[in-house]
Design a protein around this ligand. Structure first.
Ligand SMILES: *Cc1c(COP(=O)(O)O)cnc(C)c1O
Length: 428
C-alpha cells in the first residue's frame, strides 16, 4: 500500500515518459481536493455505503459498492421471509410483485413514468427480449439490425443471434462517425431498410457518451425501432427515456445502481409499444393470469409482459434495499458531481503523471463524457495491478486501457487526487 513502493522493472526498463513528475511544482491539489469535498453537497451520501477504510474505489462501473442497508434486509429476507414465512411470502409478502415494483423504483432515475420498467434476468437476457421484441415491432420489409461497432461484446453476440433468428442482417456501425446525430444527415445510415438499432449510451471502454436524444430522433425519423443499453449511464447521468421518445432500453443494476454482484437487470418498454411487444421468452410470469395455468399464452398488460420465470428474490430484494441509497438524491446532482470528479481527475493526472505516458481516450467535452475516465498506456494490465496493490482500485480493459469509474454517491475528491498521485508515483 506504500506509495513509495518501487516501480516495477518493466516500466523502468521501458523508460516511460520524461522522468519523475515534478511534484514540487504541481499546484497543491490535495488542498483543493479537501476544499472540494468540504463544499460537496453529496459528500454525506458516502455514509450510506460500507467501504473499506483506506481504499480508493474507482470501479463502481463494474461492481458498485455495498449500500449499508443491504445486509440487514438480506438477513431478513433469508431468515424471516424465507425461513419463517416460507411459501406465504409469495402471496402475502412483497415477493411476487417485486419485478415491477423495483422497476418503478428505478424508473425516475432513467426518466421513465411508472409501469414501463421491469426488473429481472441479466442484461444479456433482456437484450435478447428487446432485440427480438423490436424486430417483431418493426415495420415489415425492413432488413437491417444496426449495432454500434464498438459495442460491449454481449450486445454484439446476442444481436447476431437475434438477427439470425428474425431474418435480419446485422450491420456494425460507428457512432458518431457513421451516424450523424442530425436526423436529416443520418438518413444514409438510418434508412428505409433499418428495422432495429441497438446502441450503447456510454461506450464501456472509452467512456464516450453518445447523443441519445439526437440519435433516438434520427432513428425514429427513419422509422426504425431503437434500443438503448444503459449499463454505464443508469445511475450516473440523466437518461430521460420518456422525454426523448426511446422505444426500448435495458441496463445493469450492479454498476452505478449498486445492486450487488449479478443483481437483476431492467427492461424498459415504452407505453406506446406495450400492447404490441411480443416477447421471445413468454414465460408464465409474463402471463396475464399466471395462476390460471392455461395452456395458451396471453401476455400481461404493461411492462409485466417482459417478465419470464420466477424472479431471483434474494438478489432482487437486495437491489431494492440498495436503492435506498438514492433517497432524496437527484440524478442531475449526481451528474454535476460526476463531471466535477472526472474534470478534477484529468487535471490531477496532467499534474502528476509525466507527460506522454498516458493518453486520455475519454472525450474532454462534457456532452461526450460518461462517468468514467479511460487512459491508454503501455503495459496497462501491469500498471493497474500496481495501482490495486497500492490501494487504488480501477480496472483494465484489453488491450491498453486503464479504466476509472466515478460513482458520485461515494467517491470523494480526495480519492480522485490520491488515485492520480499514486499513478504518478508508479511512473515516477
Ligand atoms: C456490464 C454490461 C453488460 C453486462 O451484461 P450481463 O448480462 O449483466 O453480464 C452488458 N452490456 C453492457 C454495455 C455492459 O456494460
Amino acid at each position: 500500500m506504500s506509495e513509495t513502493h518501487p516501480a516495477p522493472p518493466a516500466f523502468e526498463a521501458r523508460g516511460f515518459g520524461g522522468g519523475a513528475p515534478d511534484n514540487g511544482a504541481a499546484p497543491d491539489l490535495s488542498a483543493r481536493a479537501a476544499a472540494l469535498d468540504a463544499a460537496d453537497d453529496l459528500a454525506e451520501l458516502r455514509a450510506r455505503f460500507t467501504l473499506p477504510e483506506g481504499l480508493v474505489y474507482l470501479d463502481g462501473n463494474s461492481l458498485g459498492a455495498l449500500p449499508a442497508t443491504v445486509a440487514a434486509t438480506t438477513a431478513d429476507v433469508v431468515t424471516r421471509q424465507w425461513g419463517e414465512q416460507l411459501i406465504r411470502s409469495w402471496s402475502d409478502g412483497t415477493w411476487w410483485t417485486a419485478p415491477e415494483r423495483i422497476g418503478d423504483r428505478i424508473a425516475p432515475l432513467i426518466g421513465a413514468a411508472p409501469g414501463q420498467t421491469v426488473v429481472g434476468d441479466s442484461t444479456s437476457v433482456n437484450l435478447f427480449k428487446a432485440l427480438v421484441g423490436a424486430a417483431r415491432l418493426a415495420a415489415p420489409g425492413r432488413t437491417k439490425l444496426l449495432v454500434d461497432a464498438a459495442t460491449f461484446p454481449t450486445d454484439g453476440y446476442i444481436a447476431a443471434s437475434a438477427a439470425r433468428m428474425t431474418g435480419l442482417t446485422l450491420v456494425p456501425v460507428d457512432i458518431p462517425a457513421d451516424i450523424p446525430a442530425d436526423p436529416a444527415d443520418a438518413a444514409g445510415v438510418f434508412g428505409p431498410d433499418t428495422a432495429v438499432v441497438l446502441l450503447n449510451h456510454v461506450d464501456y471502454r472509452t467512456g464516450r457518451l453518445h447523443d441519445l436524444p439526437a440519435l433516438t430522433a434520427a432513428a425514429r425519423a427513419a422509422g426504425a425501432v431503437i434500443i438503448w443499453d444503459l449499463c454505464h449511464s443508469a445511475g450516473a447521468l440523466p437518461v430521460d427515456l420518456d422525454a426523448h421518445g426511446v422505444d426500448l432500453a435495458v441496463g445493469c443494476t450492479y454498476k452505478y445502481l449498486n445492486g450487488g454482484p449479478g443483481s437483476p437487470a431492467f427492461l424498459y418498454i415504452a407505453a406506446r409499444h406495450q400492447r404490441d411487444f411480443d416477447s421471445p421468452l413468454p414465460g408464465w410470469n409474463g402471463h396475464a393470469e399466471p395462476f390460471a395455468m392455461t395452456p395458451g399464452y396471453t401476455p400481461a398488460e404493461g411492462a409485466v409482459r417482459g417478465r419470464v420465470g420466477t424472479p431471483d428474490i434474494l438478489s432482487m430484494l437486495a437491489l431494492e434495499a440498495a436503492l435506498d441509497a438514492w433517497d432524496g438524491v437527484t440524478v442531475e446532482s449526481v451528474r454535476a458531481k460526476s463531471l466535477a470528479l472526472t474534470d478534477f481527475f484529468l487535471e490531477c493526472v496532467a499534474a502528476y503523471v509525466p507527460a506522454g505516458v498516458v493518453e486520455p481516450v475519454t472525450p474532454a467535452p462534457h456532452a461526450e463524457r460518461g462517468s468514467q475516465v479511460s487512459l491508454r498506456t503501455e503495459n496497462a494490465s501491469a500498471v493497474m495491478g500496481e495501482l490495486i496493490a497500492r490501494g487504488v482500485v480501477g480496472d483494465f480493459r484489453a488491450p491498453d486501457v486503464l479504466r476509472f469509474g466515478f460513482t458520485p454517491l461515494y467517491v470523494r475528491f480526495t480519492d480522485v487526487e490520491r488515485a492520480a498521485r499514486t499513478l504518478g508515483h508508479i511512473f515516477g
